[in-house]
Write a protein that binds this ligand. Structure first.
Ligand SMILES: [Zn+2]
Ligand SMILES: [Zn+2]
Length: 276
C-alpha cells in the first residue's frame, strides 16, 4: 500500500533522554526505545500508521541493520500510539504487551468513546471528530502485562495502571533513576492546540482533553504518578523534561488538576462516558 511520505522536518530525534532511553517524534507523537544492560531494547508505543517506515529506519540507525526490539509495550490503544504496530510486528515478529483493560479495544471488540471537540483549546481538538475511534486489531497478537507490575523485557522497570485517558492506560517507570514514560496520562505540550504542538515548548499539561472520557480517574492517575517523584518525564506528546523541578511541577499539576487539566466545558467533564 502506498503511503504519504512524511517530510524530514516532521521527524525529530529525542536523544539522551536518560541512560539507555531515546525517542523519536514523528509528526505529533513520540515513541521510545529503552535499552537494558543485559542487551537489546524495547519499543514503547508505535506512533501513527504513517510512521512505521520512519521508526524502522531510526531503529536501524540506532541499533544496527538487523535489529529488532525484544518486545513492543503499548501505553494504550489510541490510533496515534498503535498506528504502526501491525506493520512493525509483521517485520519484527516480536511480542506486544498492553494492559488487560485495553484488550477490548486492541482486539476489535470495542470502540473508544467519541472524541470531544467541545473541550476547546485549539485546532487539534476541533479536528478530533475525524480521529479514528478504533484501535489496531491485535487479536491473538497482544499479551497482557503481568499482574505484579513488572514489565516484560525491562528489568528495573514497573508499570503503573493509569486509567482515565483510556481504561487500560499504563505508564512506565524506572525506579533507579526515576524516569517516567507517562504515555498520555499527561503531556508536556498543550495537545489540543496545533500551534503549541508545533512549537513544542515543554510545559506540563493534563492528558489530551478531546480524547479523555474519565476526568476523575485521569486526575487520580496523575496523583499516583506525582507520588513517584519522577526526575525525568518523556510523554507521548511534547518534549522530554528532566531536572529536580519536574517532581514539583507534576505535584502541582496533580494537586490542581481541576484547574490545569480539566477543561471548563466538555461532554465528559462532569460525568463518565458511556461505554461504547
Ligand atoms: Zn491517547
Ligand atoms: Zn496520544
Amino acid at each position: 500500500m502506498d503511503k504519504i511520505p512524511i517530510p524530514f522536518y516532521e521527524v525529530t530525534p529525542l536523544d539522551n533522554i536518560a541512560p539507555g532511553i531515546k525517542g523519536i517524534r514523528v509528526l505529533f507523537v513520540n515513541v521510545f526505545a529503552v535499552s537494558v544492560p543485559s542487551g537489546g531494547w524495547t519499543l514503547i508505543d508505535t506512533g501513527l500508521h504513517l510512521a512505521a517506515g520512519k521508526i524502522k529506519h531510526w531503529a536501524e540507525s540506532q541499533f544496527g541493520q538487523s535489529t529488532k526490539p525484544n518486545a513492543i509495550i503499548l501505553t494504550h490503544g489510541h490510533f496515534d500510539h498503535v498506528g504502526a504496530v501491525k506493520d512493525l510486528i509483521d517485520t519484527w515478529n516480536v511480542p506486544v504487551y498492553a494492559h488487560r483493560d485495553e484488550f477490548p479495544y486492541l482486539t476489535g471488540h470495542a470502540k473508544y468513546p467519541p472524541p470531544d471537540p467541545s473541550v476547546g483549546g485549539g485546532l487539534m481538538a476541533v479536528m478530533s471528530p475525524l480521529y479514528p475511534r478504533t484501535s489496531a486489531d491485535l487479536q491473538g497478537k497482544v499479551q497482557a502485562l503481568p499482574e505484579d507490575g513488572s514489565v516484560p523485557t525491562l528489568p528495573g522497570w514497573i508499570y503503573i495502571h493509569t486509567p482515565g485517558h483510556a481504561p487500560g492506560h499504563v505508564s512506565l517507570f524506572r525506579t533507579e533513576d526515576k524516569v517516567l514514560l507517562p504515555g498520555d496520562a499527561f503531556c508536556t505540550t498543550k495537545q489540543e492546540s496545533f500551534l503549541a504542538v508545533a512549537k513544542q515548548r515543554p510545559e506540563l499539561h493534563g492528558p489530551p482533553a478531546y480524547y479523555t472520557p474519565d476526568w476523575k480517574a485521569a486526575g487520580e492517575s496523575v496523583q499516583a504518578l506525582a507520588r513517584l517523584c519522577p526526575y525525568t518525564v518523556a510523554p507521548g506528546h511534547g518534549l522530554p523534561m528532566s531536572g529536580p523541578e519536574v517532581a514539583d511541577q507534576l505535584q502541582r499539576l496533580a494537586m490542581e488538576f481541576e484547574h490545569f487539566a480539566v477543561p471548563d466545558h466538555g461532554k465528559y467533564v462532569h460525568r463518565q462516558a458511556p461505554t461504547a
